[in-house]
Design a protein around this ligand. Structure first.
Ligand SMILES: NC(=O)c1ccc[n+]([C@@H]2O[C@H](COP(=O)([O-])OP(=O)(O)OC[C@H]3O[C@@H](n4cnc5c(N)ncnc54)[C@H](OP(=O)(O)O)[C@@H]3O)[C@@H](O)[C@H]2O)c1
Length: 284
């Protein structure tokens, strides 16, 4: 069963291959969503300071009836934090808000603040934030550390000075957007890639070619999309607050043929409709 499968990070920690994304789950409903996900068998939960639901996610983790050690909980340092002291305070802030002694993974959410996406030079600020993450890992507050939305040059900036290399890079990967060169670079550096928005934030549900292929496998479009990211060797983080969707999204023990993987690899999505207003879907 996919929910029980794991990858091994560069630091030796096991990370469940399939997790639950929580972007756009309100703080007030996050605890229930996490409890439901844990009851279904999810063990990997992804949140961020920017989602405004760390409190609810933490409550769900603490009240979900599972031993803390069986769970993999991730959060992200806000994209705007680009200095050491603010990063130290924000890491402690996440732990306090979530009511947890440690996180399994913390990521720098983005190499640039959201209002300057793919803009100015934040190399120094990212190195400062990274130092704070390294020290928190050393102190046992974070079991693993990584980055998100980092391109090759952003990773090289960290790799050139770090004492510990990022264990994870969480990036936009889905049918229609497969960043080949970045995936290859991360593999070469032993950085595990997590695929966020594996269903293209829901946009893939409208794609006729993908629907037709899903029908051929007798699966849903989300199942085909999630399986695609898993077969690429990435962690898949579909978001849903609907327990039926949580259940079916985890039912992905089928195999996409090599030929169909090739077809899916060559899909391109250039427009995320009304979601293009979010920097991550802006195509930059
Ligand atoms: N690091 C970053 O910068 C970053 C950026 C974006 C996302 N993320 C992470 O990745 C996670 C997933 O990305 P995402 O939220 O953008 O989008 P996604 O997982 O690609 O798609 C979510 C959408 O698909 C729907 N959905 C999910 N399962 C479904 C099913 N079985 N049937 C029908 N509809 C289904 C959801 O609606 P329902 O809730 O109604 O099921 C929701 O509207 C986020 O929650 C977050 O944790 C990270």
């Amino acid at each position: 069963m996919m929910l029980n499968e794991t990858y091994t990070l560069a630091n030796g920690l096991q990370i469940p291959k399939l997790g639950l994304g929580t972007w756009f789950i309100e703080d007030s409903s996050a605890a229930r969503a996490v409890q439901e996900a844990l009851a279904i068998g999810y063990r990997n939960i992804d949140t961020a300071q920017a989602y405004g639901n760390e409190r609810g996610v933490g409550e769900g983790i603490r009240s979900g009836g599972m031993p803390r050690g069986d769970l993999f909980v991730s959060s992200k340092l806000a994209a705007e934090i680009k200095d050491y002291a603010d990063a130290v305070a924000a890491i402690d802030g996440s732990l306090a808000v979530m009511g947890l002694d440690y996180l399994d993974l913390m990521l720098i959410h983005s190499p640039q603040p959201w209002n300057d996406w793919r803009g100015g030079d934040y190399a120094e600020g990212n190195r400062e934030a990274w130092r704070a993450l390294e020290e928190a890992q050393q102190a046992g507050k974070l079991r693993s550390i990584g980055v998100s939305n980092f391109q090759q040059q952003d990773l090289e900036n960290i790799l050139s000075v770090c004492t510990v290399a990022p264990q994870v890079n969480q990036v936009l990967v889905h049918v229609g957007n497969t960043p080949w060169d970045l995936l290859a670079f991360c593999t070469e550096k032993d950085i595990l890639v997590e695929a966020y928005s594996p269903i293209a934030h829901g946009e893939m549900l409208k794609n006729k070619d993908v629907s037709a292929m899903a029908e051929r496998y007798s699966v849903t479009v989300p199942q085909l999309c999630i399986r695609y990211t898993l077969q690429l060797g990435t962690v898949s983080l579909p978001k849903t607050s609907n327990p039926e969707h949580m259940r079916s999204n985890a039912d992905v023990d089928f195999v996409i043929s090599e030929q169909d993987m090739e077809t899916l690899k060559h899909q391109h999505i250039s427009d995320y409709g009304r979601y293009s207003k979010f920097p991550v879907f802006s195509g930059k």
